[in-house]
Design a protein around this ligand. Structure first.
Ligand SMILES: NC(=O)c1ccc[n+]([C@@H]2O[C@H](COP(=O)([O-])OP(=O)(O)OC[C@H]3O[C@@H](n4cnc5c(N)ncnc54)[C@H](OP(=O)(O)O)[C@@H]3O)[C@@H](O)[C@H]2O)c1
Length: 324
């Protein structure tokens, strides 16, 4: 089978397409024929050895997949050859086949196609856990989403609307903000042109945001905290801009506000039951047409490096998917 391998850490163009033996389903495992693989920011980091998660070389990037069960390992129950499944895999998805623990395979709803299924779990799982379980977002609250046209950002825009919030999307270009409006944003801020703090205050009648969703970091975080409301919640999602900000703690005291960490991958491992319930609620929202991944471009496996480059180069809108 073909796979796109990281054999030495480096930029996307150092990935190598190779033929390798098909994986075998060990006890408790299944082999899945990969139909689609969602690309996420951690793929940019993992191939350059900048991710907290470090697989040993060689490995294929690609942290979430959808496909068809091809083989069952010993002791696997509840799944059959031919089942359509999706899974969060961490890495290994840039391949025609992958072996995963049977427990990680989630049956795909009938109305969901493979590219959509591969673009679903990480972004909506993260944003739902963040907004529901960490921020306790309430209907009518002002939610500001930074990097709002990106993968997790656009999921937060849609979920914020579905939860009844007033959503203010912030991004770096008019083109990206148009995507945010198409996905439900009530107001927008172009932080490449406008002062983030001043516009957040202006759009919230001087009160500031009740909840800020920040997957970007860098210089935007402190500006956003300075425009957070009394008893607001600032969600730390990631640092796509590269810099991890240092925040003066007096800002939290002055507003009785909270800076709240969010680590969805660890939540999945520690609270599998809660995660299963969240996933099922997300499938319900999908079935009702209230959330839908926006797959803006797809690439064949051989051009997987370009898919990662699109994200690392700050050009991606919504989700990028590789079709092995
Ligand atoms: N905490 C968790 O559990 C969790 C789970 C999944 C992902 N994450 C993290 O969330 C972040 C976003 O992931 P994603 O998959 O949604 O990525 P993405 O689709 O690339 O979105 C990231 C956004 O960040 C902004 N950005 C600002 N400076 C950038 C730069 N130098 N390079 C690239 N983007 C830049 C871009 O929006 P503008 O151009 O509009 O600024 C971009 O749309 C990453 O840091 C990722 O590791 C965290």
């Amino acid at each position: 089978m073909k796979t796109l391998l990281c054999k030495q850490f480096g930029p996307p163009e150092s990935l190598v397409l190779e033929d390798v033996p098909s994986p075998v389903a060990g006890p408790g495992m299944v082999v899945v024929e990969v139909r689609a693989c969602g690309v996420n920011f951690p793929d940019v980091l993992i191939i350059e050895d900048k991710c907290q998660f470090k697989p040993s070389l060689p490995f294929a990037p690609g942290g979430e997949i959808s496909g068809v069960v091809k083989e069952l390992g010993e002791g696997v129950t509840g799944l059959a050859v031919g089942d359509r499944v999706l899974a969060s895999t961490g890495f290994g998805g840039f391949a025609e086949e992958i072996a995963i623990p049977a427990a990680a395979a989630v049956p795909i709803p009938e109305s969901m196609d493979f590219p959509t299924a591969a673009a679903f779990l990480m972004t909506y799982g993260t944003s739902y856990y963040a907004l529901k379980d960490r921020a306790h977002l309430r209907a009518g609250e002002n939610l500001v989403v930074l990097g709002a046209a990106g993968g997790v950002g656009l999921a937060a825009v849609e979920l914020g609307k579905a939860m009844g919030a007033r959503v203010i999307a912030a991004a770096s270009s008019e083109e990206k903000l148009t995507v945010c409006r198409e996905h439900g944003a009530d107001e927008t801020i172009d932080y490449s042109q406008e002062n983030l703090k001043d516009r957040m205050k202006e759009l919230t009648g001087g009160q500031g945001a009740d909840v800020v969703y920040d997957p970007v970091g860098g210089s935007y975080s402190e500006l956003a905290i300075r425009a957070t409301a009394w008893e607001g919640r600032f969600l730390v999602i990631g640092f796509a801009a590269g810099d991890i900000p240092r925040i003066p703690l007096n800002l939290t005291l002055l507003k009785s506000c909270q800076i709240v960490g969010v680590f969805w991958g660890a939540f999945v491992g520690r609270n599998p039951e809660d995660n299963r319930r969240n996933t099922s609620e997300l499938f319900d929202l999908f079935a009702q047409g209230r959330i839908k991944p926006y797959v803006s471009s797809t690439y064949p496996l051989a051009r997987g490096a370009e898919a990662i480059e699109e994200i690392g180069g700050r050009r991606a809108r919504g989700k990028i998917v590789v079709l092995p």
